[in-house]
Design a protein. Structure first.
Length: 279
């Protein structure tokens, strides 16, 4: 049994443990709350009231304007196409590369892994001119493939996450399949990939959010309005003199909702993928 002093110390410890969590939650939720409230305000009300002041009348006019005038439907269509093709390509390349690196021994194996690590350390901005010239020479500027090729490149984080999970898949499964006459491709497709569900979902969220939110690459490589994505669609409401902030905030909420739903649905797999990689 704890005496009064021990109970007091225990309760203080519990409070101190939860204070950082509460502060972190406030820091994460507060900007979203500001965006949500601001998306229902008129321009006059937005400029003359506090950021957390509730609007006098909740109206979806900003959402309607953001969706129609911002051509969000086209943005969502292009974003979905780019997202799906990029993620499928990136995950297949990453997982198959890691399968080879984990299951086979060959010369220069360590050097190849080291080169990927070195590439991760090089700031991306230093290679932008060379990358643009390369994409332009390939004739891809002004097409969806310009950004898909950039996204589809193997993600170094994905490489290490997949490698961690592959170490947990026993070699005996491969050996049994080989004895049954299965090819290495069949082993990868039927045994390895199904056991990589958790890291695949994790990388869909981690890499996918970057693809979904990216503004720089679509703005640079796809200037055609018919190829705009949801991030560049929001840019249409930034005029030379007046920025329609309530409409932009409504557009931001429209952009947030799909990825938020995906995260809620897949959070169990995301947690398993991250904790499995740590193990």
């Amino acid at each position: 049994m704890m005496n009064k002093t021990d109970k007091k110390i225990f309760h203080i410890g519990v409070i101190l443990k939860y204070i950082p969590l509460v502060l972190a939650a406030i820091v994460a939720v507060l900007p979203l709350l500001v965006v949500f409230i601001g998306s229902f305000k008129s321009m006059t009300e937005f400029t003359n009231s506090g950021v957390l002041t509730l609007p006098k009348h909740f109206s979806i006019d900003n959402y309607t304007k953001a969706f129609t005038e911002g051509n969000m439907l086209t943005g969502f269509k292009n974003t979905v196409i780019i997202f799906v093709v990029s993620m499928v390509g990136q995950l297949l390349i990453s997982s198959s590369f890691d399968y080879v690196m984990n299951r086979f021994e060959f010369r220069l194996k360590k050097l190849i892994l080291a080169l990927f690590t070195i590439a991760m350390l090089i700031p991306a901005i230093t290679s932008q001119v060379a990358v643009f010239q390369l994409v332009n020479k390939l004739g891809l500027v002004g097409t969806r493939w310009s950004v898909i090729i950039l996204y589809i490149g193997t993600n170094v984080i994905a490489l290490y996450i997949f490698l961690q999970f592959l170490q947990e898949i026993p070699y005996s499964l491969d050996e049994s399949a080989l004895l049954d006459g299965a090819s290495y491709f069949r082993i990868f497709w039927s045994i390895i990939l199904p056991n990589l569900k958790a890291p695949i979902v994790t990388m869909v969220i981690i890499s996918g959010v970057g693809v979904y939110n990216d503004f720089y690459n679509p703005y640079l490589y796809m200037p055609d309005p018919s190829l705009q994505v949801i991030s560049t669609a929001l840019f249409a409401f930034k005029g030379s003199s007046v920025v329609q902030w309530p409409v932009i905030l409504a557009g931001v909420m429209i952009v947030i909702i799909p990825i938020l739903i995906v995260f809620i649905v897949l959070q169990k797999y995301i947690y398993n993928g991250v904790t499995g990689a740590v193990k």
